[in-house]
Ligand binder design. Sequence first.
Ligand code: NAP
Length: 309
Amino acid sequence: MAHIYDTIIIGGGPAGLSAGLYAARSKMKTLLIERGKFGGQTATTEELENYPGSMENCTGPGLVERMRKQAEEFGTEFVKDEVLEVELDGKVKKIICKKETYEAKTIIIATGAYPRLSGFKNEIELRGRGVSYCATCDADFFTELDVAVIGGGDSAIDEAIYLTKFADSVTIIHRRQGFRAAKTSLEKAQKNPKIKFILDTVVEEAKGDEILEGLVLKNVNTGEISELKVDGCFVFVGYLPITELFKDKIKLNDRGDIITDEEMRCDVPGVFAAGDVREKTLRQVVTAAADGAIAATTAEKYIEANFAE
Ligand code: NAP
């Protein structure tokens, strides 16, 4: 074992990157472990209009790359590896990864969330064959074609607007009349001539053997069944936290979100959580970044109190 880190951050989205910046600026020996692409969900968000200071031409990938570089310049070390197991109980915590095992005085969990399935028939079978969960990744496959978007939250509305740059038409299918999405974005979508809305409606089934050909819809008020011919279907019905590794080790709520106090402490001493992985009401890049900053600062105080030389 090379050395004990002051903090190991698991996850390289805005929460983890911000924790990295704050920890490294406090001269903590900091390691950030990410198994995939840095940036988390933000790396798949093309247009970012609501991160303070970000205006036109601010993309998710651009912002997170600047966050990563900034954390690196202050001394955060980065590794690409997959965490297989965590040992959180001892004073020194152990993170067992595929390639190596690391030790740290504190752990900051910033593993984020993954897209939920909508639950219609054939959803899994046609995933990657017309059914998608990422507009940034797949929008260009649907250039000049017709697509549907399922959901009524910020993701559905923002991504529907983005998809109009590629598709001929975008039909938003939402199960009720009210939307969770921010009003500004909703109004923008309502004014977009390429976007249509089908409300009070759920998708029952995806049609097609090898490739998506259409959707079977059901009106939730009348029970009426109809079919919509589309080439693509983007599902944005929320996200679930990535907390499988921490089950039975730290306190989670019924959804699996990590429960923290306001200073990002989990119920195990020396373990903190930040961003979408924790129980909170507003999941945004700005709140993830704030969580990361708070987690790193609380971790620093914890080390001062528990590892005094
Ligand atoms: P969300 O806010 O949880 O919205 C999920 C949407 O999917 C809701 O409209 C919900 O309907 C619908 N839904 C849930 N399960 C469904 C099912 N099985 N079938 C059909 N529809 C279903 O999720 P999100 O839009 O992914 O956003 C997640 C978080 O990230 C939110 O906090 C959001 O504000 C944030 N976010 C922010 C931005 C931004 O600020 N620009 C962008 C993306 C995400 P009901 O409303 O009826 O429950």
